[in-house]
Unconditional design. Sequence first.
Length: 300
Amino acid sequence: MRTAILNLSLLVGITVVVLGSATGTRAAEPDWKRVEQALGKAGQLQAGDVFRVGMPRTDLSVTVKGVAVKAGFALGSYAAFKQVGEQTMVMGDLVLLDQEVPAVMSGLFAGGLEVTAVHNHLNEMSPHVMYMHYEGHGDAVQLAKALRQALSASATPLGDPATPPASAAPAMDTKQIEQALARTGRDMGSGLFQAIVPRAEAITEKGVPLLSAMGVATVLNFQALSDGRAAITGDFVLIDKEVNPVARTLRQHGIEVTAVHNHGLSDVPRLFYMHFWSVDTPVRLAQGLRAALDKTNSQR
């Protein structure tokens, strides 16, 4: 009798588990306000329920080949949080001075985060900066605390951003850029324009979808210059067979390829990120980028 009762209890327990799974009950979304408080920086909920926090290096004055680049153009650290089952996943990119790299990396490891890449994005930068890509899984608030602790080894500004002094930015015809790219973008203010172009196929990591807002998309940034020209930078997200066709096309249009590397470790399909730089009229730059986009499996 005792054995029968025990078996019945096990069956009931199994039934409850199965029924619970069948209902598709999903873990509650993290309290993003608490994440903001833990990290010390406000964020925004974006497409696909990705909570993204931008941490631009507004404290740095960086030039590339003598061009003063704005933080929103080429110095944008970020953290992208996404609920995955019972845990939260965070991934992103940190802009760091050379001397900040070792301590920030140690801080990430101490907080249970992983480093997935460390490299340059551009050449002839002064002061020289590096870009550290990272990933973590766990409680969203604890991940934010760990990230903030790691960043304390750098001068990355957190808290409320200071109000920049009012200044007139050079004009740039963004409609002409969009027409040449055959894609829409967004005017970011201060003479900056950005177009984000997702891949057409699904990208996953260990079965988890990697979304555009998590940094898995081609990013094309324009910064207006005072002489009517513009600077461009950003990165193409490519599969292996696209790397050389895109590089050749960029070079044919006078655009420099400044880096080719990974950002993640377990993405499927395997992705490569190609960074670029050029200065020319906005339309000619957009035409070159469009020709390169046509070599990729990107969304229209």
